[in-house]
Each structure stands twice: as structure tokens, then as C-alpha cells.
Design a protein around this ligand. Structure first.
Ligand code: UT7
Length: 327
């Protein structure tokens, strides 16, 4: 028995902020952002709209396309760096309630921007083990609400959105998920983090500021890590399955920075056209970026049954991972 991606969906908030808009509120420019990252716009959730709200909307699209109701779900796995609450309750439980998924368990999975890869592999394993028939995996983020607007190094990079898939038992030998490669290097934990508010750096009444709890990143350290692991993952996934790059229809990577992917493509001698990008429009949406890109490719008719789609992710933890989806 195996599992396959039965459907995909996404929800992106309507409000769109351009690089020029940002250059009016901080010392940056369209030219810098575009040339250093490839990002042109990002979408922003209105104040009061939460990670669970976006996730619920993406999930509804995926459910409808799967021809399932919320009651058909056995499990909801939500990945996010921006949960509705710190620690607990899980944002997945809020989504379970909003959907009316009365038969589903629900939990959050924390693996930074690699969360979606970790979650779909766990969903696949639940189906193979027989503990679930239909699993909703949803990556959802409201990163603009944890961005430090005084830190131009990070504030220009992130956007909000959600992407979801339904994973069910494979119906044939053609559509299935391969085992993922899932890795971590916790020695890099502090190069990409939200520092304060947890147990290590607790919130101190009257002292902790918003910016202490905001997203912090050492960009160059993450950049070097990202180029290295993307290169390794793509090579290992292709070799492990005895494939060549010509067998892969699309590489859909975590959408962080065009330059990271160009560097990986160059090292591997893979044409950049193999990579599916939409970070120009949505910026980095962390664990939502891969399903958002996958949904867009699907909606544009760029993915068809039988295609092999290679996914790679990297991010906070540090974590990284990838897999091949036989669509
Ligand atoms: O999903 C999580 C994974 N995260 C990532 O993948 C991010 C990985 N890192 C990166 O993508 C890149 O390191 C960045 C895009 C974050 C930064 O690009 P960079 O080429 O590494 O720039 P830098 O940090 O070396 O900064 C170069 C210059 C600095 O000025 P000086 O010191 O040379 O005068 C920065 O102050 O660019 C300046 N700078 C900016 N200028 C205008 C940094 N951010 C900005 C900005 N606008 N927004």
C-alpha cells in the first residue's frame, strides 16, 4: 500500500504590498530586494486574521477538490512558525473545529520552513500503517505579524498565506509518494528564530519588547546552509530513485530566495527552468510556500498525472528535507 496527494488547495490574503510600498516605510528599495532575492510583492493578512483562518480556507479548497467532506478526515497536521497561540493549543485544533472535522485528530508539527515536507511524509506513513485513511496537511503562516519592521534584513523577505493537501491511500501504481529524506542540524538553532517568549528566554513583564519576540535571522549563514542542502537533497533524491533530471517534471523548492536556487541549479548543472518559482509574488511564506507553489502549478495546468515532482525545503531548526511525488 502507498499514499498519494489526492488534492491541493491554497488561500492567499488579498492585500498586496509591493517593494515600493516597503521602501516608503523603511530604508530599502525595489532594486535591492529584487536583485538580492527575486521578491517583488508579498501578500499580507489583515490584523485579526489568523493562521487558522488562512489554513481553514486553503483546506476547504483541497477538500472540495478531493471530493471529500471534513468528516472524512482522520487527521489534520498543521505546520507553522506562526501559531495562533504560543505552544498550545495547537492551531490544527482550531482548524479542526472551524472545518467541523469531527472525526479527525489534530496536531501541529514544528520544523520551520521544512515543516510541509516533514508533515506529508508523516501523513503518508500514517496511511501506510493503516492509522488514517485521509489526512489533511496544511502549511499556514502570518509571518508579517512577527516581522520586525525596524529590521530591513528580514522585514522585506516574508509574506502570509496557506497551502493544503489531502493525502489518501493510492488508487493505482502510478500516483504515490516516495519516502522523504528528513534531516536536521540543531547546532544552527539560533541563526533563525523567534527568540523571546519561550522557556529559554522567557517573556519578562515590562522588559520584553515586541522585537524580542519577532523573527530573527542571520541571513548569510542561512544562505550558505540553504545552497549546500538544496544541492545535496536534489542530487540524493534523484540518485536514490535511479532517475536523471530529465525524469523530473518540476522541482518545487521552498520559496525563499531566487539566488539560493540559481546557485544550486548551477552547482548541479540543472536548467533553472526545472524549478517552479512564485516567490516573486508571495515572498517567503515559510512552511506554506511549497504547497502554495504546488497549488499554483496545478491551477495553471503545469502538473499532470504521472509527473514526478521533486520537493525540497530548508529552514529553522535548522531542518531540511525533500521528497519525490509521483502525481
Ligand atoms: O525561509 C527561511 C530561510 N531564509 C533564507 O533562505 C534567507 C537566506 N539568506 C538570504 O536570502 C540572504 O542572505 C539575504 C537576502 C537575507 C541578504 O542578502 P545578502 O546578499 O546576504 O546581503 P547582506 O546581508 O550581505 O547585506 C548586504 C548589504 C548590507 O549593507 P552593507 O553592510 O554592505 O552596507 C545590508 O545592510 O545590504 C544591506 N541590506 C539591505 N539594503 C537594502 C540588507 N537588507 C537590505 C534591504 N534593503 N532590505
Amino acid at each position: 500500500m502507498n499514499a498519494y496527494i489526492r488534492s491541493v488547495g491554497a488561500f492567499i490574503p488579498e492585500k498586496r504590498v509591493t517593494n515600493d510600498d516597503l521602501s516608503k516605510v523603511m530604508d530599502t528599495s525595489d532594486e535591492w530586494i529584487k536583485s538580492h532575492t527575486g521578491i517583488e510583492n508579498r501578500h499580507v493578512a489583515e490584523i485579526g486574521v489568523t493562521t487558522a483562518d488562512l489554513a481553514t480556507k486553503a483546506a476547504k479548497v483541497a477538500l472540495e477538490r478531493a471530493g471529500l467532506t471534513a468528516e472524512d478526515l482522520d487527521m489534520i497536521i498543521l505546520t507553522t512558525a506562526t501559531p495562533d497561540y504560543i505552544g498550545f493549543p495547537a492551531t490544527a485544533c482550531i482548524v479542526q473545529d472551524k472545518l467541523g472535522a469531527t472525526n479527525a485528530g489534530a496536531f501541529d508539527m514544528v520544523a520551520g520552513c521544512t515543516g510541509f515536507i516533514y508533515a506529508i511524509d508523516n501523513a503518508k506513513n500514517m496511511i501506510i500503517a493503516g492509522t488514517a485513511k485521509n489526512v489533511l496537511v496544511v502549511g499556514s503562516e502570518v509571518l508579517t505579524q512577527v516581522s520586525n519592521m525596524q529590521d530591513r534584513d528580514t522585514a522585506v523577505l516574508f509574506g502570509d498565506g496557506s497551502g493544503a493537501v489531502i493525502i489518501s491511500e493510492s488508487l493505482d501504481d502510478e500516483s504515490y509518494m516516495e519516502h522523504a529524506i528528513l534531516k536536521s542540524d540543531g547546532s544552527g538553532a539560533e541563526v533563525l528564530m523567534r527568540k523571546s517568549g519561550g522557556i529559554k528566554y522567557p517573556f519578562v513583564d515590562g522588559e520584553t519588547t515586541f522585537n524580542d519576540t519577532a523573527l530573527y535571522m542571520e541571513g548569510q549563514a542561512v544562505y550558505k546552509f540553504a545552497v549546500k542542502v538544496n544541492t545535496e537533497l536534489i542530487k540524493e533524491l534523484i540518485e536514490r530513485s535511479n532517475l536523471t533530471i530529465n525524469d523530473i517534471s518540476w522541482i518545487i523548492p521552498h520559496q525563499a530566495n531566487m539566488r539560493i536556487l540559481q546557485a544550486a541549479a548551477k552547482r548541479l548543472k540543472i536548467p533553472i527552468e526545472k524549478f517552479y518559482f512564485n516567490l516573486m509574488e508571495y515572498a517567503n511564506t515559510s512552511s506554506a510556500s511549497i504547497p502554495i507553489a504546488m497549488n499554483e502549478a496545478y491551477e495553471k495546468g503545469k502538473i499532470k498525472k504521472g509527473d514526478k515532482i521533486l520537493l525540497t525545503g530548508f529552514g529553522a531548526g535548522l531542518t531540511y528535507g525533500g521528497t519525490i511525488i509521483n502525481w
